[in-house]
Unconditional design. Structure first.
Length: 90
C-alpha cells in the first residue's frame, strides 16, 4: 500500500471488460512528507476521487479484490482518500 496524489485522468477508447465503469487515474506515489517517490502509476479509482487529491493505493492481486470480474489485468487501485497524515503518532 502506498500514498499518492492524483495528477491526471487516463482516457481510453477501448479497455478490458472488467474495467468498465471505473475511472483510470494517473497517480504520483509520495513519501510520508508528501514528496514525489518514483514514477507515476495508472490506478483504478475504486472510491471516486478527484484531481490533486491525496489517496492511498493497493498494488498487485490485492488491488483487484472485490471487483466483479476476477483477474482484471491492473497493477494498482485507489482504495481510500487521505484526510490527514499525523507523523507525531508512532
Amino acid at each position: 500500500m502506498f500514498f499518492a496524489r492524483v495528477i491526471g485522468k487516463v482516457v481510453t477508447s477501448v479497455s478490458y471488460q472488467g474495467l468498465k465503469g471505473y475511472a483510470l487515474l494517473l497517480v504520483q506515489p509520495m513519501n510520508e512528507r508528501r514528496e514525489p517517490r518514483g514514477a507515476p502509476v495508472i490506478a483504478i479509482d475504486r472510491v471516486g476521487v478527484g484531481p490533486d487529491e491525496e489517496v492511498f493505493c493497493e498494488t498487485s492481486k490485492e488491488a483487484m479484490l472485490g471487483l466483479p470480474i476476477e483477474d482484471v489485468p491492473a497493477d494498482a487501485a485507489i482504495v481510500g482518500k487521505v484526510d490527514r497524515v499525523d507523523l507525531s503518532v508512532a
